[in-house]
Design a binder for this molecule. Structure first.
Ligand code: TA6
Length: 301
């Protein structure tokens, strides 16, 4: 569908419009009394969200690709049907394939409170079946308001059960990674992917002094990014998720990433709503599984 056809079918006057975004990729622009947001059909990717009265909450790196077949680096990459490298075949795209292709618009509505609910849809096809031999429907239901709620809903339309790992791989904008803390994971066991070992978090909020790439399994905890320089706390609550990943590439990894500006790691942290590691999700034939991330911002004083 063209931008004009999308606007005719799904636009909401003065609130929801479709436009050609970066790289000429079609995007949904939400402007309401509650918040503004930008959502690309490419990867069903929330690229920006800013609640009224707040600074932007999601980080978007200036060197990100905005091209068919490539991931966007920033906002909320949707990782499915695997998180990280494909352990059976490392030639397959990292974090799965649904973030690389354009999704369809199923519906866009606005509720009585002014929240805009966007449902984007994709499903298995010949190409995906070659990569991963399972039939599925996938919906990303994005509610834009004072809170950003993202639900990733998987329907197993195959005749056999499927096992997935998945993530809403959210990049958050912070004042300075050196000065923030992430609470909610105190004392928990995690896989330190930088050191390549299992270890335990301190009994205090996480602080950052170097590359940090950690997978916390068996946790349903709400995390909090405490950013005193921005006088705000960002809450990341979740449902249907048993893992949390925290990531900052720091200096060397940033330089090694072709789609990451060298010096922008200072202003970001990923706190990701995930099912990964030993938290593999098994979905029986015909069943549905939903993972939800609920993001909200409060001022510290
Ligand atoms: O979630 C953290 C992580 O798995 C890191 O290991 C790093 O690879 C990051 O995701 C970004 O992955 P990407 O494929 O988007 O470069």
């Amino acid at each position: 569908m063209s931008i004009q056809q999308l606007n005719e079918q799904f636009g909401i006057a003065n609130t929801v419009t479709f436009a050609a975004g970066k790289g000429d990729l079609p995007c949904i622009q939400v402007t309401s009394e509650l918040a503004t947001a930008t959502v690309y059909l490419h990867g069903a990717h929330v690229a920006a969200w800013q609640p009224a009265g707040e600074e932007p909450v999601l980080f978007m790196n200036s060197a990100s690709w905005f091209e068919d077949g490539k991931p966007i680096r920033g906002g909320v990459p949707v990782c499915f049907p695997w998180f990280g490298p494909n352990l059976a075949d490392e030639t397959l795209p990292a974090h799965g394939f649904v973030r690389l292709a354009q999704w369809d618009v199923q519906s866009i509505t606005q509720d009585a409170s002014g929240n805009v609910i966007i449902t984007l849809f994709t499903q298995s096809n010949e190409d995906t079946l070659d990569l991963w031999p399972f039939a599925f429907e996938l919906r990303h239901i994005i509610t834009v308001g004072k809170t950003l709620t993202m639900s990733l809903q998987t329907v197993n339309t195959d005749e056999k059960e499927m096992k997935i790992t998945e993530a809403l791989h959210t990049y958050f904008e912070v004042s300075d990674i050196h000065n923030i803390q992430v609470a909610g994971l105190e004392g928990r066991p995690y896989l330190d992917k930088v050191a390549g070992k299992d270890t335990f978090a301190p009994n205090s909020p996480l602080k950052f002094t170097g590359e940090f790439d950690s997978v916390f399994c068996d946790t349903q905890a709400t995390c909090m990014i405490i950013d005193t320089d921005k006088n705000r706390e960002i809450s990341i609550a979740k449902e249907g998720s048993n893992s949390t990943v925290v990531w900052n590439p720091w200096i060397n990894k940033s330089k090694a990433l072709p789609d990451m500006a060298d010096d922008e790691w200072v202003g970001m942290v990923c706190v990701e709503t995930v099912n990964a590691g030993k938290n593999i999700v098994t979905i029986k034939a015909g069943d549905t599984h939903t993972m939800t991330s609920i993001i909200s911002v409060t001022k510290i004083k």
